[in-house]
Design a binder for this molecule. Structure first.
Ligand code: FMN
Length: 374
């Protein structure tokens, strides 16, 4: 019998409708994508990271990342940096702009700030990590804003300090911890392991979220059983497949797999997403950065790879929408539902995702991510 994830959960003053979360992914989980995932069954989504560097706060990229219009509460903003005071200021700045939860990034390789690596590199320097956590909690607590922490299992195989750091974070007032089951050293190679996540869950009283390689409903059940986690976080498998949250929820509740979505429904969702995407980024940037979402959506469908290549030759939003719509209509002549050739998006992370991004990803954030995760 499946182990259902117990229903809604609370995070500070917020009630999350379910325990299936969208992972923060720079260049991917912008507001339109988070809204789409939430509409299709995700209970919670964390924004792409925002730097703690003040000189970048007015940049177009950062201001787009701080745009939460139309997103359902709670609005969760992830911040990254290496200086406790700057991180506290970044938390306050984002709260002033609508953030209701602040997530600290210690889970993803992030830019060098002030000659130090931010993100998961902080796990190597526990005193600094803790100083940052305490400063951010001190900035958020008086305003009633919960602070959450995203981390890896440790710095390297020999230094898996997730349990120690998570305990210290709990003591410092953090409300929830997410653990990606890889070390910093591993990048995205190999397989995520869940023993360390289980150990973190056993050591804490606050909610613990399991993350890493959850790519199918069956894998979700496996990870849940292996970790006893309070919630699951899904990243790459939601790329091009935002309905995976509903698929996992259904399987955990009933033990049965949902059929793939009807092509007509998928078409409506994808095209709505494209329009929302163009509205945020504008015609040229929007058209270019939408290519990766289209590529992910079609990659496991018959003829998807050729279609993706063709799509990359189009250079207007109208052409993109019309061509995708026609292609899906043609597919619908022979199929009622999406005829997937492969069960999941990131079954073989080493093949195209070992750098943390798909090669289809062609916007600036993706390049940055590729460089940073190398
Ligand atoms: C393209 C990309 C960008 C990412 N950006 C971030 C980020 O900004 N902050 C963060 O904490 N993790 C980031 N991650 C890591 C994910 O949140 C997640 O921990 C990781 O992908 C493992 O989960 P998955 O196997 O479900 O994809 C990123 C991952 C990818 C693939």
């Amino acid at each position: 019998m499946p182990t259902p994830l117990p229903g809604p959960m609370t995070l500070g003053p917020y009630r999350l409708p379910n325990r299936l979360f969208v992972a923060p992914m720079a260049g991917v989980t912008d507001r339109p994508f988070r809204v789409l995932c939430k509409k299709l069954g995700a209970g919670y989504a964390v924004s792409e990271m925002v730097t703690s560097r003040k000189d970048l706060w007015n940049s177009l990229k950062t201001s787009r990342r701080a745009n939460h219009e139309g997103e359902s509460a709670p609005i969760s903003v992830q911040i990254a940096g290496t200086d406790a005071q700057m991180m506290a200021e970044a938390a306050a700045y984002n709260i002033d702009r609508g953030a209701q939860i602040i997530d600290i990034n210690m889970g993803c390789p992030a830019k060098k700030v002030c000659n130090k690596w931010a993100g998961s590199a902080l796990m190597q320097d526990e005193p600094l990590a803790l100083e940052i956590i305490e400063a951010v909690v001190a900035a958020c607590a008086p305003r009633g804003v919960p602070v959450t922490l995203k981390m890896r299992t440790g710095w390297c195989q020999a230094e898996k300090n997730a349990v120690r750091l998570a305990r210290a974070a709990q003591e410092a007032g953090v409300s929830m911890v997410t653990v990606h089951g890889r070390t910093r050293e591993q990048g995205y190679s190999g397989q995520a392991e869940y023993d360390t996540i289980a150990a973190v869950k056993a050591a804490l009283n606050i909610p613990v979220v399991a993350n890493g390689d959850i790519s199918t409903p069956q894998k979700a059940l496996e990870v849940l059983a292996a970790t006893g986690a309070d919630a699951l976080m899904i990243g790459r498998a939601a790329q091009g497949r935002p309905w995976i949250f509903a698929e996992i929820a259904h399987f955990l509740e009933t033990g049965e797999l949902l059929p793939a979505p009807r092509i007509a429904d998928a078409k409506r969702w994808l095209i709505e997403h494209l329009h929302d995407h163009y509205t945020l980024y504008g015609e040229l940037t929007g058209m270019r950065s939408a290519r990766k979402h289209i590529g992910w959506a079609v990659r496991a469908l018959p003829g998807g790879e050729d279609f993706r290549r063709h799509m990359n030759t189009l250079d207007s939003c109208d052409d993109q929408v019309r061509t995708l719509s026609d292609w899906l209509d043609a597919l619908a002549q022979d199929h009622d539902r999406l005829p997937y050739l492969a069960p999941a998006a990131n079954d073989d992370p080493d093949e195209e995702l070992s750098s943390g991004v798909s090669p289809h990803n062609n916007d600036n954030s993706a390049h940055e991510e590729r460089r940073l995760t190398a």
